[in-house]
Ligand binder design. Structure first.
Ligand code: SF4
Length: 505
């Protein structure tokens, strides 16, 4: 198996850095239906540019490279123990090269292993088959969209949709609800893999396996094909839009399977994947491990460019923010304003927020812009280099954010997906804003980062440490202001009204 290590490393690298053609096509269509000049259209422009940048630099499309999940078929006689070890070694090497973010955290101690290896990580599903070669498929699905997976036990009552019964109409309601509840937190426009039936654990696994289907395939079951197409049409009438900004493109794929269930149980399990839908595969020679065929992509075809025009054109109407920020500056901003940050940011996510509840910050946060971000960083000599650095889902910090703003004087919180009522009240009381970055645009944001000036709380691991970064032209949109306005609350309300109308349809 002299080529096995290189083949697996190439599979991981391509999956992390090169969006598959079917997803590119779906994202191109999504961008075409969006109304030019809207916030959703601006977000899609940044996303499309980001996809190109990732290929150009062979760098992660999104900084959250997720829980690497492998689906492997082997002929009878192939040593799966050796193959597992080779996959683990390739994952560690890809992490060392900055193609994967170190994402494996001990659930008891909180320690990040640093190489993506640990108990049950990466996830590897083996099956035997009667073909000659080995097939390895890989999905990289980040935490933001993973957190929006949802499982329904029907009959149940759903927001805006009423009762969901144990039939395909009930399933339809559950799937529409799953898209609605994700809003922008899973980096819409997304795709859903669905399993009707099975038990709780296997149902989720089968739902995730639906994401192995290409977005343009047609379900062999006429009933499920019809349901998939109905969901695509109806979900894209909801108005969630890219990043939950409100807009026409909310879903790029819906793939449904059914499995037998227990008489007492009826689960509808939904795996929500984001626009950064990273999934590729290879066939390997079972003798030497060389790649004999790529799945989902044709390496002989040139990679099409995604960006339209200049990518993200500046209009001159953007508000320039240069931290430290003042209360008066923040109170001038309103929902919908586009800002460009020049100067210093501090990153801080789950561990940092929990830490700040009991400890003073290691830096002065008065007037600061606090970025919810877990970057991919590589050390070159004495200097850290940003490899990928898009925003993470902010709502996780809702229990802490109001206190952090109040205690330490943070003036701008940057993340994605928006925050809740406690944070909104704190923004209003203390004079601060929430800025929504473009989720998954890790390369776009990495290019705005001119210098890593320092790092604190490194004991939390690279994604969770507090990074001090100097940025230029870091673009974001004010989606929660100091006047009590929240675009997220507005879009949730308006999309909820559409959902109610779909119930009656
Ligand atoms: S695009 Fe968004 S949801 Fe997807 S992995 Fe990246 S941050 Fe997470």
């Amino acid at each position: 198996m002299e080529f096995l290590a290189a083949s697996l490393l190439e599979l991981i690298t391509q999956t992390s850095t090169n969006l598959p053609p079917d997803v590119r096509e779906a994202m191109g269509l999504a961008a075409n239906v969006e109304t030019p000049g809207t916030q959703s259209a601006q977000a899609l422009d940044i996303i499309l540019s980001n996809v190109d940048m990732a290929v150009d630099d062979e760098a992660p499309i999104c900084q959250d490279t997720g829980m690497p999940t492998f689906f492997v078929h082997t002929p009878v006689g192939v040593n799966q123990i050796r193959l597992r070890k080779a996959i683990q070694e390739a994952v560690a090497e890809a992490t060392r090269r900055g193609k994967l973010r170190p994402n494996s955290v001990d659930s008891i101690t909180g320690r990040n292993s640093g190489n993506n290896l640990g108990d049950e990580t990466p996830v590897i599903h083996f099956e035997q088959w009667e073909e000659d070669g080995i097939e390895v498929k890989l999905i990289l699905k980040g935490g933001g969209c993973e957190n929006k997976n949802i499982q329904y036990s029907v009959p149940c009552t759903l927001d805006h949709l009423g009762r969901a019964d144990r039939n395909l109409e009930g399933v339809r309601k559950c799937i529409l609800h799953s898209v609605w509840q994700a809003q922008g937190q899973g980096c819409a426009p997304g795709a859903v893999g669905v399993c009707i039936g099975s038990d709780r654990a296997h149902g989720y696994e089968l739902a995730k396996r639906q994401l192995l289907r290409t977005l343009d395939d047609v379900n062999p079951s006429p009933e499920l094909a019809k349901l998939e197409s109905e969901i695509m049409e109806e979900a894209n009438r909801l108005g969630v839009g890219a990043m939950g900004f409100g807009g026409k493109a909310s879903l790029i794929g819906c793939k449904i399977t059914a499995a037998n269930r227990l008489p007492a149980s009826f689960f509808v399990s939904v795996a929500y994947d984001c626009w950064a839908f990273r999934r590729l595969g290879v066939r390997l020679d079972a003798g030497n491990g060389a790649i004999t065929e790529w799945l989902y992509r044709d390496p002989s075809r040139p990679i099409e460019r995604m960006a339209r025009g200049e990518g993200f054109p500046l209009t001159g109407r953007e508000v320039i923010l240069t931290p430290p920020l003042t209360e008066a500056q923040m109170r001038e901003l309103k929902v919908g304003d586009m800002v460009l940050i020049n100067g210093d940011l501090f990153t801080g996510r789950d561990n940092v927020h929990a830490y700040l509840m009991k400890n003073a910050p290691p830096v002065n946060l008065n007037g600061a812009a606090l970025y919810h971000c877990g970057p991919v960083m590589l050390k070159e000599g004495d200097q850290w280099r940003v490899k990928a650095a898009g925003p993470t889902t902010s709502i996780r910090e809702e229990p802490y954010q109001a206190d952090v703003i109040k205690r330490y004087g943070v003036r701008a919180v940057i993340g994605k997906g928006g925050m809740g009522p406690r944070t909104l009240a704190a923004l209003q009381e203390f004079g601060a804003v929430y800025l929504n970055g473009i989720g998954g645009a890790a390369q776009y944001y990495a290019r705005t980062m001119e210098e890593v000036k320092g790092v604190h709380l490194m004991e939390f691991g690279i994604p969770e440490a507090m990074w001090h970064i100097r940025v230029r032209n870091f673009a974001a949109i004010v989606t929660m202001d100091a006047h009590g306005n929240s675009l997220h609350a507005d879009v949730e309300k308006s999309t909820g009204a559409v959902l109610s109308a779909l119930q009656k349809a």
